[in-house]
Design a protein around this ligand. Structure first.
Ligand code: ADP
Length: 525
């Protein structure tokens, strides 16, 4: 069989690995995961400038990077995503949305004042509260707008304790958080926006619960290990390594463990998850429209605090959520998260464009290093043969049976060559990936509806990209029906969530109509 293939085609084409580019300071796990998948690292000296598939960096890209993007490439940032990741910008956007669409929908973020600009407004609110007889005055938290990891944070009740020397937000402190065994916690939820235009949002079902490592106590506001749940703060605390009753050592749980915990206590974790998804959608709607850009995505870390009435609150949104590995739970969650992101990138036949366009690299074409692939080559051969067949097909779906047979015994996620082939062929990896998501609202009939004519002009904004309209489409659309893929690994599509939301996000984002749909959803929850 291999001989047939060698005669039949240029095997070097098939074996060319996908290529990643990393900017400085990208966490080591990103490189590790991509190497595990059989990718190779971009080499400026050896390769053509456009000969890469994924460029990952911790800071924004230049607009020229966005404008010169090729169909086979992806960037890990969307232009202007900072609109929600700076605390003051987020507060301003949410306040505006509250004004336009009502506080009932937008009351998931604690009241905030941007200092020094809002000083007078804050004093008015503070004084009003103090004059109310019989009501205990609120607690407040003061946070520098562009710092992270709990740096520079202060909690206070009396205004005489408020000091700041830079722009800060002063936010109502949620003083009744849900506690587990007396410890405060919050959720680090991973959200991948595959596109802002059309808005396409996935939330990750697994995630991190982050605990404070000292028991919650409102009489000691300056004990940061009792009030802040940042790992960077708590891992330096005396109790981090100690066994804490009900929590264990360290300061993290997975969402899975948290869900089991909630179920044991009869709490409705599905409803909580729906409410959190609503927060994510409403928050992202607040920053639309963003500049149109294709082939880029944004991985956000949403920080969600749950109070003792089981209401989720949005604390902040992070770009470049921490991908460092402080403990084994980090490794489990973040490694799989990165694998699933690459799956979501849906590298498939599109990469044949790279092979055709980047004719000959500076040092000639490179091959997958068979010896370093880490798996028996014999086991891969059927996959390669199938790949060759599929690469010639115009429709990936016609190739599914062959591919299914080929993937059979391949383990996940430590795959190399096979993963690459799958990435190029856009095939499901595990049975769970293909199964419909029961808990979350989906596009009715996603994956089942009759084929709709392609409306590529709506989805392909840059002129460069439009050169490839014949066979390419945005990576998050399924081959079958041009709709966003409902589930990829643990990523679940939460927007668009129905046909009306899909239509309202096709030509620009019709926020008003989308909000109307969300209101209907909320009223049923
Ligand atoms: P940073 O970017 O520095 O991490 P955050 O806004 O995420 O800033 O706040 C850090 C931590 O402080 C949160 O993880 C949470 O534990 C706590 N916190 C922040 N804001 C509030 C709030 N309004 N109410 C209660 N706790 C809060």
């Amino acid at each position: 069989k291999m001989e047939v293939m060698a005669d039949d085609c240029d095997t070097r084409d098939i074996l060319r690995p996908l290529v990643f580019r990393l900017h400085e300071n990208v966490p080591a796990i990103v490189r590790e995961v991509l190497l595990e998948r059989g990718w190779t690292e971009f080499d400026k000296k050896e390769q053509d400038e456009a000969d890469w598939n994924l460029y990952w960096r911790n800071s924004p890209f230049r607009m020229t990077d966005h404008h010169s993007i090729k169909p086979w490439q992806r960037l890990n940032h969307y232009p202007d995503a900072v609109r929600i990741t700076r605390k003051d910008y987020l507060a301003r956007h949410l306040k505006r949305m509250k004004g336009s669409y009502g506080s009932a929908l937008y009351e998931f973020s604690p009241v905030a004042f941007i200092m020094p600009n809002d000083y007078a407004k804050f004093i008015a609110e503070y004084s009003k509260e103090r004059q109310l007889v019989g009501r205990r005055p609120s607690y407040w938290i003061c946070k520098p707008v562009d710092l992270s990891r709990g740096r520079g944070i202060l909690i206070f009740q009396d205004i005489k304790d408020l000091v700041y020397d830079c722009t800060v937000i002063v936010q109502k402190y949620i003083s009744n958080p849900l506690l587990i065994s007396g410890y405060k916690l919050d959720l680090r939820l991973y959200v991948c926006v595959a596109s802002f235009c059309p808005l396409t949002i996935y939330t990750y079902e697994e995630g991190l619960v982050r605990f404070a490592t000292e028991k919650f106590d409102l009489s000691s506001l300056d004990n940061i290990c009792a009030h802040l749940t940042n790992t960077s703060i708590n891992k330096c605390g005396a109790s981090y390594k100690k066994y804490k009753e009900g929590i264990g050592c360290g300061c993290k749980w997975t969402f899975s463990k948290f869900r089991s915990y909630l179920r044991i206590f009869g709490a409705d974790d599905v409803l909580l998850w729906q409410k959190i998804n609503n927060i994510v959608i409403l928050t992202l709607l607040a920053v639309t429209p963003l500049p149109v850009a294709s082939n880029c995505f944004e991985l956000f870390g949403f920080d969600i605090l749950i109070d003792d009435k089981f209401k989720p609150w949005l604390l902040e949104v992070n770009c470049n959520p921490a991908l460092c590995l402080d403990c084994s739970i980090d490794d489990t969650v973040k490694r799989k998260l990165l694998h699933d992101i690459v799956e979501l990138m849906n590298y498939k036949q599109i990469d044949t464009f790279r092979r055709n366009e980047v004719v000959g690299t500076k040092a000639g074409r490179r091959q997958v290093p068979w010896g370093t692939a880490g798996e028996s080559t014999a086991g891969e051969a059927p996959g390669l043969l199938t790949c060759r067949k599929v690469a010639k097909c115009t429709s990936a779906s016609s190739a599914q049976p062959d591919l299914q047979a080929a993937k059979g015994s391949i383990p996940h996620p430590r795959e190399t060559l096979t993963s690459q082939l799958r990435e190029r062929m856009n095939m499901a990896k595990t049975p769970s990936q293909a199964k419909p998501e029961a808990k979350n609202k989906q596009l009715p009939g996603a994956g089942h509806s009759p084929h709709k004519p392609a409306q590529l002009s709506h989805w392909l904004p840059t002129p460069d990209f439009c050169n490839y309209t014949l066979t390419t489409r945005p990576y998050f659309l399924s081959d079958k029906d041009q709709r966003p893929i409902p589930r990829v690994g643990d990523f679940v599509l939460i927007f668009p969530f129905n046909e009306a939301a899909l239509q309202a996000s096709r030509d620009g984002t019709d926020v008003k109509s989308i909000i109307k749909e969300i209101k209907k959803l909320v009223s049923k929850q």
